[in-house]
Ligand binder design. Structure first.
Ligand code: NAP
Ligand code: MG
Length: 500
């Protein structure tokens, strides 16, 4: 159990809200009665307590999800009705947009403007899969005339879902929405740092028409609640978003039962700037690509590759702009960068700042800002003359730290860009359309932007190459992860077996 687990005197404070988890349609405490604390990263104060769920709670939730699926008939609920439930969830998020956004910011630290976008994206995700629920078709195959062969699409059953703290309600939407569209039931574990928005959304589940047990939210930490969910024999599929390190643990555990796994892991994504790119846009794109959401983004363009002929000018412009980024509490509308999610994450990033100082040159930031008494802030930081083999160029930092690397030509850019174990995302900035597409084809990444970085739409596939994981979320790809394919052979020959 981490620092969040020690629910001490603060839990008695009237301002501290006591949350319960949601299992089988009920808000309940952990079987063992333990709780953990949840913080406001801008004040470091405790804002809530949540049940510290364990194996017993996971078992309760999985059994409820199995019963809902097999006995209570969720399997038989029509696609139209499942779609309507998803639309109602979207409506509830839109109706309570400011409230959800404020809670998300309070709990995660991110700027309120970003939380508002996240709420819109989460609602859109439920709408997309609400529509897709009625478009999951099987196929009739062109076999010889004395038979009919069908491919039926069926839900895999109970899905176990584990999500990180950087986009809490949005990551939950990416998991819950396709599972329900496919006809699965789910047990989802939010990150211990940021469970609040999903628990708040769970208050809407019943009104949206979700029967008890169809979606269950178990709170707790990774080893306590996540590991038993992965190991549970009643869970048919694990969908995980988080670090590569935990992704490996999950794959090993799931291997015991040959359980299906999809993994959305980290990255160290290249953001490539050719000298013919629009300069102003390029500088903005480098900053946005690395510093949005305090850099706590799996697809952060934290390796900034700049062509030599604009290298110096680019660093100076980026550093000057980075110094103007307004840090502050996320709830302040003028804030462009909030605190990091936890003291642990702040310390982790600060460790990389120390490593970066010994490996490269510093153009901006480089420390913890002096102007705040409280809050887990880190300055937007730009290192340059970074060698691609340096620690700060190879390891995912998950904070506002940019490593600028020079390159000579197209071949050099591609070589450096692909020289990483990861392959989640990449971007290329140029006005030369031929060069843009050549580079797009050469990059090993699950998403490549041209003259932009970070926006993504629910209609398009999201996921990684190489050590960034496998499986795809979003779009019609996302629902595939929750479906089985059954072949049905129907004999039309009245005397089919003349063999013996
Ligand atoms: P993390 O430490 O890997 O945790 C992710 C989730 O896994 C949390 O809910 C965590 O629980 C849980 N967990 C930890 N240990 C576990 C175990 N042994 N068994 C089962 N579950 C376990 O990652 P994070 O620190 O929350 O998030 C940052 C990472 O996520 C970064 O590496 C980032 O790149 C990646 N990420 C990827 C994407 C993507 O789409 N590819 C999106 C967002 C984030 P607790 O934290 O509660 O202990
Ligand atoms: Mg964690």
């Amino acid at each position: 159990m981490t620092s969040a687990a020690r629910a001490g005197g603060a839990a008695q404070n009237a301002d501290v809200r006591r949350y319960q988890m949601y299992i089988d349609g009920q808000f309940i405490d952990a079987a063992g009665g333990e709780t953990f604390e949840v913080f406001d990263p801008s004040t470091e104060g405790v804002i809530a307590t949540c049940p510290a769920g364990g194996a017993e709670d996971v078992d309760h939730a999985v059994r409820a999800a199995q019963r809902a699926f097999y006995d209570d008939g969720w399997r038989g609920v029509s696609a139209q009705d499942r779609g309507r439930i998803l639309f109602r969830l979207a409506e509830r998020i839109r109706a309570r947009r400011s409230e959800f956004a404020e809670l998300e910011t309070l709990n995660s630290g991110k700027p309120i403007v970003e939380s508002e976008y996240d709420m819109d994206d989460a609602a859109t995700c439920y709408e997309y899969y609400g529509g897709l629920a009625t478009k999951i078709n099987g196929e009739v195959l062109p076999v010889p005339a004395d038979a009919i062969a069908l491919a039926l699409r069926e839900p895999v059953g109970v899905a176990g879902q584990i999500i990180p703290w950087n986009y809490p309600l949005l990551m939950a939407a990416w998991k819950i929405a396709p599972a329900l569209a496919a006809g699965c039931t789910a047990v989802i574990k939010p990150a211990e740092q940021t469970p609040l928005s999903l628990l708040e959304l769970a208050r809407e589940f019943e009104a949206a028409g979700l029967p008890p047990g169809v979606v269950n939210v178990v709170t707790g930490d990774g080893p306590g609640a996540g590991a038993p969910l992965v190991a549970h024999r009643g869970v048919r599929k694990i969908a995980f978003t988080g670090s590569a390190e935990v992704g490996k643990l999950i794959m090993r555990s799931a291997a015991d039962q040959l359980k299906r796994v999809s993994l959305e892991l980290g990255g160290k994504s290249p953001n490539i700037f050719f000298s013919d790119a629009d300069f102003e846009n390029a500088v903005d794109g480098a900053l946005f690509g690395t510093f949005v959401n305090q850099g706590e983004v799996c697809s952060a363009g934290s390796r900034v590759l700049v062509q030599r002929d604009i290298y110096r000018k680019f660093i100076d412009a980026a550093a000057a702009k980075a110094r103007t980024i307004r840090l502050g509490p996320g709830l302040d509308r003028d804030t462009r960068m909030g605190p990091l999610v936890s003291a642990e994450q702040r310390d982790r990033v600060a460790g990389y700042l120390r490593i970066g100082r010994s490996e490269a040159k510093l153009a901006a930031g480089g420390g913890v800002p002096a102007q705040f008494d409280k809050g887990w802030y880190v300055e937007p930081t730009i290192f340059y003359d970074v060698d691609n083999s340096a620690t700060i160029a190879q390891e995912e930092i998950f904070g506002p730290v940019m490593s600028v690397i020079p390159f000579t030509d197209e071949a050099d850019a591609i070589r450096i860009a692909n020289a990483t174990p990861y392959g989640l995302a990449a971007a290329v900035w140029t006005r030369d359309i031929f060069k843009a597409f050549r580079v797009v084809k050469a990059l090993e990444a699950g998403i490549v932007w041209v003259n932009h970085m970070q926006p993504t739409f629910v209609e398009a596939p999201w996921g990684g190459y190489k050590a960034s994981g496998f499986g795809r979320e979003l779009g019609h790809w996302g629902v595939e992860e929750y479906l089985e394919t059954k072949q049905v052979f129907i004999n039309l020959d009245e005397k089919p077996i003349g063999w013996y």
